[in-house]
Write a protein that binds this ligand. Structure first.
Ligand code: M6R
Length: 612
C-alpha cells in the first residue's frame, strides 16, 4: 500500500526522498509526491500521476527542490481516483501544515463537513486532506504546538494511519504518528529518516525505532523524541537491522522476483539453521516449551493470500505427523465472525510483512479472548511480531517483489519444523523418524537449487503458453495446496485467468470450462493419490486439455498421459510443496516476462495490504 519517506538533516532532502520512494515502489502505487521545506519554512510541493519517473522528471531528479527537510509519498488509491490532485502531500490552505498519510480515515466525511463549516476548502477526494486540515485547525485553535495538534486529531479520527507532518513554524522538524499502519524511524550522524519499510532507509542507517500504536515522534537533525497520545515523552531503544543493503538491490537480475526465487535455497537454509541445533529442533528462541506443546488442543492457522496457502499445506503436515486437529482460516473471514475457540487452542498467524490489516486485527481479536497466539513473520519488529505471544521469524531477508516466493518457502519450513517437533514431543513419531525427517528438511536447500539450475526448460514452456486465456491447476491433498499457490502466482503477475481445483471437484462443474488446448497443470507428488489424479488428468485430456504434469522423480508412467513433464527431486511426501512450487514460480515469472509485463509491480496489487 502507500509508501512514506521522510528526511531531515544537512543534505538536500529531495534526492534522498526520491531514492527512498524508489525502494518502496514494490508496495504498489499509482501516483507520487514530495514536499521539501527550506530553513525559512518555505515549502515546495511537487506531485505526479503514474510512475516515480514522472516525479523525477518534474523535479530534475530532486535537484530542482531546495531544502534539507522533506516528506514523500507513493499513493495507492483508496479514496479518489489516481490523479495529481489526490496524490500526497496534502497541505492546509495557507501551507502551514503539510502531510502524507498511509491508511484509511473512516470518518473523513464527517470531519470534512465540520471543517467546511469553519471555512476550510477541500481540493481532493481523499480522506487524507481531512486529517491535514483537522491538524491545522487544532494547531491554530489551541496554539499548543505540533504534538498537541496531532494528538487531538488522533483522538478525533477513526481508522488507520501512518502520518508524517511538517509545520511551517518548525523548520527542520518532521512529526510522525501512527495507528495500525507501519512506520519506522532511523537516526544516524545528525540525520533522521522516516519510512514505511526498512529497504527505504537501509542504505543510510541500521538503527531503527518502531513507533507503537497511538504514539508520536518528532524528528530533527538533533535526533528523535517519542510521545504518547497525552503528549508525554516516552523512551525507546533502537533495534539493529541485520539485513544487508545488497539484499534490497536487484544485484544484476532483471527483476526482484527472479532474484528472490534464486535466493530460496539460502533463505530456507538460514531459517532451518535458526532452529535446528546439533540435529535437533530447538524452539526455545520461539518460547515454546514441551509443556506448551503437549497442552495444545487444536491449532487454528489464520493468514491471507500466499501465507494462507502455507497454512493449507501446514494443515496436512501437522495433522498427519503430530495428530493435532488443524483449521485454516482466511483472516478477512475469521475476524468478522465469532469463531469458537477453546482455552487450550493455539492460533498461528502467518504473515511475511507482519502488517497485513486483516491478519493483525484477527490476532488482536484472539488475544482479547485470552487464547495463545504464535506468529510466523518475516519483518522483524512488525506489528504482528510485536503483538503475538510468541514469534518464529522466517529468515528470508527483505522481500521486495509483490509476488512472494522466498518468504512463502521459509514460512513452509517453519511449519514443517513445528509439525516435526510437535509430533516428537507428543510421542507421535519415534526417534528414528524424527532424525530422518530433520535430515530430509536439511537436504531441501540443495534440492531446491537443482530445480533452479534446470530453469531453461520451464522458460521455454512458459513462453509457449503466455497467450493462454485460462490455465487450471489440479491436485489432491498437499498437491491441491501447491496448486493454490501456483495458480495465485501465475494470475497475479501474468493476468491470465487461473484457478486451482481439488481434482476430485472437477466433475462437479469446472470440467465444463475445458476447451481444446486449455493448459491444465496436474501436480502429483503423493503416492496414495497419484492414480486418482492421473484419472482426473485423463478426463480433462479427453476434453481437449493440454497437460503439464509436475511430479517426483520415479513416477515415469506419467509420461504416457501428459504432454510435458517436470520432475522434482525426491523428498519426504510431507515436504513436497517446497520443491514443487519452484517450477510453478518460474513458470509464472517467465509467462509474465514473455508478455512484457513488470513482474515486480503487478497492476492493482500492493506488497503489504495494510488496509482491509
Ligand atoms: O505480508 P503477508 O504475508 O501477510 O501478505 C499476505 C498476502 O497479501 C500475500 O501473501 C499476497 O497474497 C502475495 N502477493 C502473493 O504473492
Amino acid at each position: 500500500m502507500c509508501g512514506i519517506v521522510g528526511f531531515t538533516g544537512t543534505r538536500q532532502a529531495a534526492p534522498i526522498l526520491l531514492e527512498g520512494l524508489s525502494k518502496l515502489e514494490y508496495r504498489g502505487y499509482d501516483s507520487a509526491g514530495i514536499a521539501v521545506r527550506d530553513g525559512d519554512g518555505r515549502t515546495e510541493v511537487v506531485k505526479a500521476k503514474g510512475r516515480l519517473k514522472a516525479l523525477e522528471e518534474k523535479t530534475d531528479c530532486g535537484l530542482a527542490m531546495k531544502g534539507c527537510c522533506g516528506i514523500g509519498h507513493t499513493r495507492w488509491a483508496t479514496h479518489g481516483e489516481p490523479s495529481e490532485a489526490n496524490a500526497h502531500p496534502h497541505i492546509s490552505d495557507d501551507m502551514d501544515v503539510v502531510a502524507v498519510h498511509n491508511g484509511i480515515i473512516e470518518n473523513f466525511r464527517e470531519i470534512k463537513e465540520k471543517l467546511s463549516k469553519k471555512g476550510y476548502t477541500f481540493y481532493s477526494q481523499t480522506d487524507t486532506e481531512a486529517v491535514v486540515k483537522l491538524i491545522d485547525y487544532y494547531y491554530k485553535k489551541y496554539n499548543s504546538g505540533p504534538v498537541d495538534a496531532i494528538s487531538k486529531a488522533m483522538v478525533r479520527v477513526r481508522g488507520s494511519y501512518a502520518l508524517a507532518v511538517m509545520f511551517k513554524d518548525h523548520p527542520g522538524e518532521i512529526y510522525a504518528a501512527r495507528k495500525d499502519s507501519p512506520m519506522i524511524i532511523g537516526v544516524e550522524n545528525g540525520e533522521a529518516y522516516l519510512a514505511s519499510d526498512v529497504p527505504a532507509i537501509l542504505k543510510h542507517t541500521r538503527n531503527v525505532y518502531y513507533i507503537g500504536n497511538l504514539e508520536l515522534a518528532k524528528l530533527s537533525p538533533e535526533g528523535v523524541e517519542f510521545y504518547n497520545i497525552d503528549g508525554d515523552i516516552i523512551e525507546k531503544e533502537p533495534t539493529e537491522i541485520k539485513w544487508d543493503a545488497e539484499s534490497a538491490e536487484k544485484g544484476g537480475y532483471a527483476h526482484f522476483m527472479i532474484k528472490e526465487i534464486h535466493e530460496q535455497p539460502k533463505a530456507v537454509s538460514d531459517t532451518l539453521a535458526s532452529a535446528v541445533k546439533d540435529g535437533r529442533i530447538d524452539l526455545s528462541a520461539v518460547g515454546l516449551s514441551d509443556e506448551d506443546i503437549e497442552g495444545i488442543g487444536q491449532i487454528i492457522i489464520v493468514a491471507c493470500g500466499s501465507s494462507y496457502h502455507v497454512g493449507i499445506s501446514a494443515q496436512y503436515v501437522i495433522e498427519d505427523l503430530a495428530r493435532i486437529p488443524v483449521r485454516v482460516e482466511l483472516a478477512s473471514e475469521f475476524r468478522y465472525r465469532d469463531p469458537i475457540l477453546k482455552k487450550d487452542d493455539m492460533v498461528i498467524f502467518i504473515s511475511q510483512s507482519g502488517e497485513t490489516a486483516d491478519t493483525l486485527e484477527a490476532l488482536r481479536d484472539v488475544k482479547r479472548r485470552g487464547i495463545r497466539t504464535l506468529a510466523i513473520v518475516n519483518v522483524v519488529g512488525s506489528s504482528i511480531a510485536r503483538e503475538a505471544d510468541n514469534v518464529f521469524y522466517t529468515l528470508a531477508g527483505p522481500e521486495i517483489a509483490v509476488a512472494t516466493t522466498k518468504a512463502y518457502s521459509t514460512q513452509l519450513i517453519v511449519c514443517y519444523l513445528l509439525a516435526v517437533q510437535f509430533a516428537k514431543v507428543r510421542g507421535e513419531i519415534d526417534e528414528e523418524r524424527y532424525v530422518s525427517l530433520i535430515s530430509e528438511l536439511m537436504s531441501l536447500p540443495a534440492k531446491m537449487q537443482r530445480l533452479l539450475d534446470d530453469k531453461e526448460r520451464i522458460q521455454w514452456f512458459a513462453s509457449k503458453f503466455s497467450n493462454s486465456k485460462d490455465i487450471f491447476f489440479i491436485g489432491r491433498g498437499i498437491d491441491y495446496a501447491i496448486c493454490m499457490e501456483g495458480s495465485l502466482k501465475l494470475k497475479e503477475i501474468s493476468y491470465i485467468h487461473s484457478e486451482a481445483y481439488a481434482a476430485g471437484e472437477l466433475k462437479h462443474g469446472t470440467i465444463s470450462l475445458i476447451e481444446d488446448g486449455t493448459l491444465v497443470v496436474g501436480v502429483l507428488t503423493q503416492n496414495d493419490l497419484f492414480e486418482k489424479i492421473i484419472s482426473n488428468m485423463v478426463e480433462v485430456k479427453s476434453r481437449g486439455a493440454y497437460l503439464m504434469g509436475l511430479t517426483t522423480y520415479g513416477h515415469y508412467n506419467i509420461e504416457d498421459t501428459v504432454d510435458f513433464t517436470v520432475y522434482t527431486p525426491q523428498t519426504d511426501e510431507h515436504f513436497t510443496p517446497s520443491l514443487a512450487i519452484i517450477p510453478l514460480q518460474l513458470m509464472a515469472y517467465y509467462v509474465s516476462l514473455a508478455k512484457g509485463l513488470d513482474a515486480d509491480k503487478p497492476r492493482n496489487l500492493a506488497k503489504s495490504v495494510t488496509v482491509e
